[in-house]
Design a protein around this ligand. Structure first.
Ligand code: PEP
Ligand code: MG
Length: 549
């Protein structure tokens, strides 16, 4: 953090320090009021930039950019950001940095996305506005697309905002390919109005080699290598890759926290988690002489959700995961030869008459008592489609709206195409998944090499789960220890995992690395990591590619 005396200056009579040009500074503001003014100033500048750009464009471009400008000026946007950055209105000091400001914008965007419909479609606008505001305050990092203006280039973007598309009008390239988005999105409309040939939503465009001479058929949405005759033409339309936004700034992944107590939940909130990705509810059961009653359960769940009250962020709760190495004081569990392969997790909980139903209804009741928290509930150790059906039916009839499963058993991972039709989300417990996939006890320290989540076999299985998730529009999280490894976080995101849930202390390092790697690069590294021969090679390849080897 930058706090050196050289960097200090006065703002509104308050001490601040910053390194705006390096993009890594911390601004210290004396109170939430100063934060509010800082954000409002930056957003007013973003709005006037957008309006200026809009005045240069066609009426269609102007409509889109004016709508974004209005959103940037909307005072409720500032209030939503302040609520995230300074939840305590009486705070004596508020720190602002690139990372927490980006996270605050993404969290507002995710909240809109969760509403869906017209409001949900505004989420990308908030991300674009956020990118600009962050650049304004901290100097431009690598989050804005950069490219060489050249009329013979076909530019490939991973993401393109409407405003960045409008900027291309100043020196139009021969064509544009965007991997994400769709033909009716804002960027596509702007490109069309600028008469720039474009294919938007071409998911495999990143596989086109840089420098290749290609032809673009925007009507049929086809890109093909030029025929020898066509490539004799001079000058040639060559593919040029634009530097894309960081994987974090693109909104492709949320960083969540694993918690097992109220203290953990408070820590998660103060570390700027985008929500809780795993509440291990065992803390409430394992050392008890009797099953906690409804009132005790409701108040415990309410307390764990409370730090996220009003945030609209997800809190993902796992139903009781006992058995194996987690005995229950109030149930006489028979001795098992292989407890890890025995009656544990969902297998056990459903055998304890009414326990799951009582837990689910306590969770639904706790949610009613906490404002604006998005409760998601999942069951551990689910293996078959019949179990998926049994759990989702039970949870929905208890009043839970978002119901999911943990993927910890390879059978479910392999059958996820079917399971995904029944669930709202899934979370991969890599600690158990790796143990069962590799046939190695997760507690056996001498088998550490077999238990490595970098194993390309594990990565390929996760890739298949993420693909099904994408096809069926089911978010896929990873909540095992693997998600705490920043390098592996890059690979998991590149494979298509949509959130990573980790111990709260890991949030900072994971956020820093994911904030410096583009989505394109994450996908490329993930693709390569699945194809090497060993966990060691996969890790070394990714570390070297990111300059961390
Ligand atoms: C996992 O298996 O990865 C997981 C998150 O669950 P636990 O470690 O609690 O078994
Ligand atoms: Mg587990």
């Amino acid at each position: 953090m930058a706090t050196g005396a050289d960097d200090q200056r006065e703002v509104e009579g308050r001490r601040t320090s910053e390194h705006p040009s390096s993009g890594t500074g911390v601004i210290r503001l004396f109170d939430p009021g100063a934060l509010r003014r800082q954000l409002a100033d930056a957003l007013a500048t973003v709005a006037s930039d957008l309006s200026r750009l809009s005045a240069l464009g066609s009426p269609e471009v102007a409509d889109i950019l004016d709508a974004q400008a209005m959103m940037a000026e909307d005072p409720t946007l500032v209030e939503r950001l302040v609520a995230r950055l300074a939840p305590d209105a009486r705070a004596q000091e508020v720190e602002l940095d690139r990372s927490n400001l980006t996270t605050a914008f993404l969290s507002v965007a995710n909240e809109l996305r969760a509403v869906g419909g017209y409001i949900g479609e505004r989420a990308d606008d908030v991300c674009d506005i956020g990118t600009r505001a962050v650049d304004l305050i901290f100097g431009s990092g690598e989050v804005r697309p950069q490219y060489e203006a050249n009329p013979e280039s076909i530019l490939v973007f991973d993401q393109l905002s409407a405003a960045d598309a409008a900027r291309l009008g100043a020196a139009p390239p021969r064509g544009v390919i965007v991997t994400t988005g769709g033909p009716t999105g804002h960027a596509a409309l702007v490109l069309r109005s600028l008469d720039i040939s474009a294919i938007v939503g071409c998911s495999n465009a990143l596989e086109i080699p840089d420098g290749l001479v290609v032809e673009l058929d925007p009507i049929q949405a086809i890109v093909m290598p030029s025929s020898p005759l066509a490539s004799d033409r001079s000058p040639e339309p060559r593919v040029r890759r634009a530097i894309a936004r960081s994987v974090l700034a693109s909104g492709a992944v949320r960083l969540l926290a694993n918690v097992g107590s109220v203290a953990d939940a408070l820590e998660a909130r103060s570390q700027g988690a985008d929500g809780i990705g795993l509440v291990r509810t065992e803390f409430l059961f394992v050392s008890q002489e009797r099953e906690p009653d409804q009132g005790e359960q409701v108040s415990a769940y309410r307390a764990i959700m409370a730090p996220f009250e009003g945030s609209g962020l997800p809190v993902v709760v796992r139903t009781l995961d006992a058995g194996s190495d987690k005995p229950l004081g109030f149930v006489d569990l028979p001795r098992e030869e292989n407890p890890a392969l025995g009656v544990r997790g969902f297998r056990l909980a459903r055998q304890l008459s009414g326990l799951l139903e009582r837990q689910l209804s306590a969770l639904a009741a706790a949610k009613e008592e906490v404002d604006a928290v998005d409760l998601w509930v999942m069951a551990p150790m689910i293996t078959t489609i019949a179990e998926v059906e049994a759990f989702t039916t039970m949870a929905r009839s208890a009043g839970v709206k978002s119901v999911g499963v943990m993927i910890e058993v390879p059978a479910l991972a392999l059958d996820f195409g079917s399971a995904a039709k029944l669930v709202d989300f899934a979370s991969v417990g890599t600690n158990d998944l790796v143990q069962y996939l590799m046939g190695a006890d997760r507690n056996a320290s001498r088998l550490g090499d077999l238990l490595d989540p970098w194993s390309p076999v594990v990565l390929r299985l996760l890739q298949s789960v993420a693909r099904w998730g994408r096809q069926r529009a089911v978010p896929i999280s990873v909540c095992g220890e693997a998600a705490s490894d920043p390098l592996l976080g890059v690979v998991l995101t590149g494979l298509g995992v949509t959130s990573l849930s980790m111990v709260p202390v890991a949030l900072g390092p994971v956020r820093t690395l994911l904030g410096s790697v583009s989505r394109t690069e994450a996908r490329r590294l993930a693709h390569r990591a699945t194809g090497v021969a060993s966990a060691h090679e996969a890790r070394r390849f990714v570390a070297t590619a990111l300059g961390l080897g």
